[in-house]
Design a protein around this ligand. Structure first.
Ligand code: 5GP
Ligand code: MG
Ligand code: MG
Length: 180
C-alpha cells in the first residue's frame, strides 16, 4: 500500500498547550513525590519528552522505557503482548505513570498494567496523548488523556505508519494513495 499524510487532525499549537496542561495537572497530583515515568517505545517518545518538561521540579521525576509489540495483524491489536525491552529499574513501592501515544482497543495497556502491577508499585496511572474510545475492547480507564479522537488512523508527533512520520509536529490522518 502507498500512503500519504492527510489533513491535520490536531495542530502543533493545540498539542503544545495540551501537553503543558497535562504536565501541570500531573505536577500537582504528584507534588512532593518520586515519580517513575514509563514511556512505551517508540510511539510515546516524543510526547514523553515534552510531557516531563512540563512537570515542575516539585516532583522528583525519573524516566524509564519499555518496548512492546503485539502479535497479530498489522494495525489491530491481539492483546497478546511481547516485551521487547523491559524496564531498567525496579518499580516496587514507586509511583509509576505509564505514558502512551494512543489507546485504541486498550489491549496493550491492559496487559502492561497487569504485568507492572505484579511488581507492586505504590501506584500505577496511565497517561495517553490520544484516546480512540470507540474502539475500546479492554475495560481500561486512562487517568490523563490529551485528546479523544474518532476511529481513524493517525500519524505524527511520535505516531508512525510503517516507521514514517513520527517526526511531524502535528497529528494527521493518513490517505491511501494506491493498493500496491
Ligand atoms: P491497543 O492495544 O490499544 O489497540 O493498541 C495501541 C497501539 O496501537 C498504540 O500504542 C499504537 O502503537 C497503535 N495504534 C493504534 N491506533 C493507531 C493510530 O491511529 N495510528 C498509529 N500510528 N498507531 C496506532
Ligand atoms: Mg504505543
Ligand atoms: Mg506503530
Amino acid at each position: 500500500m502507498n500512503y500519504k499524510v492527510g489533513n491535520v487532525l490536531i495542530s502543533e499549537e493545540d498539542i503544545v498547550s495540551k501537553v503543558a496542561e497535562l504536565g501541570k495537572i500531573i505536577g500537582e497530583d504528584y507534588k512532593g513525590e518520586d515519580l517513575v515515568v514509563v514511556g512505551i517505545l517508540r510511539g510515546a517518545a516524543i510526547f514523553m519528552a515534552d510531557l516531563v518538561r512540563n512537570i515542575d521540579d516539585r516532583v522528583n521525576v525519573s524516566m524509564d522505557f519499555m518496548s512492546v509489540s503485539s502479535y497479530g495483524v498489522s494495525t489491530t491489536s491481539s492483546g497478546v503482548v511481547r516485551i521487547n525491552k523491559d524496564l531498567d529499574n525496579v518499580i516496587k513501592d514507586k509511583h509509576v505513570l505509564i505514558v502512551e501515544d494512543i489507546v485504541d482497543t486498550g489491549l496493550t495497556l491492559s496487559y502492561l498494567k497487569r504485568v507492572l502491577l505484579e511488581r507492586e508499585p505504590r501506584s500505577l496511572a496511565l497517561c495517553s496523548l490520544l484516546d480512540k474510545k470507540e474502539r475500546r475492547i479492554a475495560d481500561i480507564s486512562v487517568d490523563y488523556v490529551g485528546f479523544d479522537i474518532p476511529d481513524i488512523f493517525v500519524v505524527g508527533y511520535g505516531l508512525d505508519c510503517a516507521e514514517r512520520w513520527r517526526n511531524l509536529r502535528s497529528v494527521y490522518s493518513v490517505d491511501v494513495l494506491s493498493q500496491d
